[in-house]
Design a protein around this ligand. Structure first.
Ligand code: HEM
Length: 477
């Protein structure tokens, strides 16, 4: 019989207030997890004996367990029937588990399914993400990036976090919903404001005051549902969008119901836009703080890219670009930690994990193991010329049967955006910048992110002084 007490972890009886694990996790989850990994090994209880659950509704879980490193991660990801996925909304809106609401319907995507329903749903949506389909989106990615970045004002400070979010959402909206979605710009801005409320709600305690973001997310979900139902009913047959693929080109017996489809489509938007935005932001930041890497990459891109278009073949040959994106996703992965719920029979060597336990695995910590990556805290794109980590050693998009379905698409978007922006602009950081990390739905800076846009031919790259919690995880000099 497995009990939570066997699993090592900080003893609640001996923790003083200054070491309160809940507080420490709240302030700096990644730092707190690093300390636990060092002290207790690769399977650690958040609190010895159990806790109320960090993300799951408290009454359902005996506690939280962190699983570190490639071996334990492989066990979790190779055994999806023992480690279930959960809707990404459960932590914020536990009522979604029990009630059939618009909010639940629009957020029921792949994350919400397990077992054979998951395999079946994944098989149905997979064709929309085949490489050959995705490559067709490159001209649109370049065009939209060009159009949006042309509205940015050179020599003025702008919030890069805000701009990359809006850029990513517009690109993905176009890819997912095509002409049907782009035909009504107000729907995109409604969805954007809904997603902002969701982000606000995910930032922590929301007071029960009128207009609180959680209430707005609940209230406006019906509107999003109606919009997506209309998209489904009006889906153009000619488009290249994911919507068109799912609606009109599904193989026989593989078609989705309207309700399934809107859940998937909106989940793609939610899962994709912030992760892609955060990856672009961190990549531009790492390049701005490593001028030599930026110079080499811009030189490489400027060869084949004529300011307007570039072929797929030429993109494939941009090895430095490939290495920069891989390295940025290693060092600052947009989804640094992911969670599962243990089922009967779950086992993380050497412990049985009681059913209901919230299990958190961490690509972020695996990516920092010195036995896998030399000088792991440094941004060194060139390392990718001679390393070939296994899928469980390098997993910004996770691995196994639940690997991110949007991985190739996300990489294509990130590369397309960098190809368009870097030969035109230099993103100049302030001489001194405090960068504090926040682990919300994704890895974000805990602040606006000021950059000045300098036309590329006028730029004189300088190395800024970087301070803040990022320096605990990335070595700059
Ligand atoms: C750089 C961008 C992205 C990163 C870093 C990322 C990362 C991840 C990770 C780590 C997982 C596994 C989560 C878990 O184990 O619980 C995941 C799953 C998923 N991602 Fe992404 N993602 C990105 C972009 C996208 C995009 C553009 C889409 C849109 C299609 C997407 C859709 C999904 C879906 C639907 C799943 C669930 C897959 C399943 O359970 O079968 N992601 N992603």
């Amino acid at each position: 019989m497995s009990t939570f007490h066997q699993i090592p972890g900080p003893n609640p009886a001996s923790t003083t207030e200054s070491q309160d694990p809940t507080w420490s996790y709240l302030v700096d989850p990644l730092g707190h997890m690093s300390t636990l990994y060092q002290h207790y090994g690769d399977v650690v209880a958040f609190l010895r004996g159990g806790n109320k659950g960090l993300y799951l509704p408290s009454e359902k879980t005996p506690g939280t367990v962190f699983a570190f490193g490639p071996k334990q991660t492989e066990t979790i990801l190779r055994n999806p029937s023992l480690f279930h996925s959960h809707s990404i909304m459960t932590p914020l809106f536990p009522e979604c588990e029990a009630e059939e609401t618009a909010l639940r319907r629009i957020t029921t995507g792949l994350f919400s399914y397990n077992g054979s329903p998951h395999q079946c749903q994944r098989k149905k949506v997979m064709p929309a993400f085949h490489r050959s389909t995705i490559e067709r989106y490159t001209p649109d990615i370049l065009r939209i990036t060009h159009e949006i970045s042309s509205t940015w004002k050179p020599d003025e400070w702008m919030d890069l976090a805000r701009e990359t979010t809006s850029l990513s959402l517009t690109i993905l909206w176009h890819i997912f919903l095509g002409k049907t979605g782009m035909g009504h710009p107000q729907h995109l801005s409604n969805a954007q404001s809904w997603l902002e409320h969701l982000l606000d709600a995910s930032r922590g305690i929301t007071l029960n005051l009128p207009d609180n973001p959680k209430d707005r997310v609940r209230e406006e979900a019906s509107f999003i549902e109606d919009t997506f139902r209309r998209f489904w009913q009006e889906a153009s047959k000619e488009d290249q969008s994911v919507l068109t693929q799912l609606c009109h080109h599904a193989p026989k017996n593989e078609s989705l119901t309207e309700t399934e489809a809107i859940g998937h489509l909106f989940t793609f938007v939610m899962a994709g836009y912030e992760t892609v935005a955060s990856s672009i932001l961190w990549t531009l930041f790492l390049l701005a703080s490593h001028p030599k890497e930026l110079h080499n990459l811009t030189e490489e891109i400027s060869g084949p890219f004529n300011g307007d278009s570039i072929s797929e073949d030429e993109i494939r040959k941009l090895t430095h670009l490939d290495h920069v994106v891989k390295e940025s996703l290693r060092l600052l992965p947009a989804a640094p930690i992911c969670w599962r719920v243990a089922q009967p029979g779950a086992f993380l060597n050497p412990w049985e994990v009681p059913p209901g336990t919230e299990v958190i695995y961490s690509p972020f910590h695996t990516h920092r193991l010195p036995e896998l990556y030399d000088q792991p805290q440094r941004f060194q794109p060139s390392r990718w010329a001679h390393i070939r980590p296994s899928p469980f050693e390098y997993l910004p998009f996770s691995a196994g049967p639940r690997k991110c379905i949007g991985a190739s698409l996300a990489t294509q978007v990130i590369k397309g955006v960098l190809i368009t922006l870097l030969p035109r602009y230099h993103f100049q950081l302030p001489p001194t910048i405090d960068v504090n990390l926040r682990v919300g739905i994704t890895l974000q800076p805990d602040m606006d992110f000021p950059v000045k846009l300098i036309p590329h031919h006028l730029a004189t790259p300088t190395i800024p002084e970087i301070r803040g919690s990022i320096c605990n995880h990335v070595q700059f000099h």
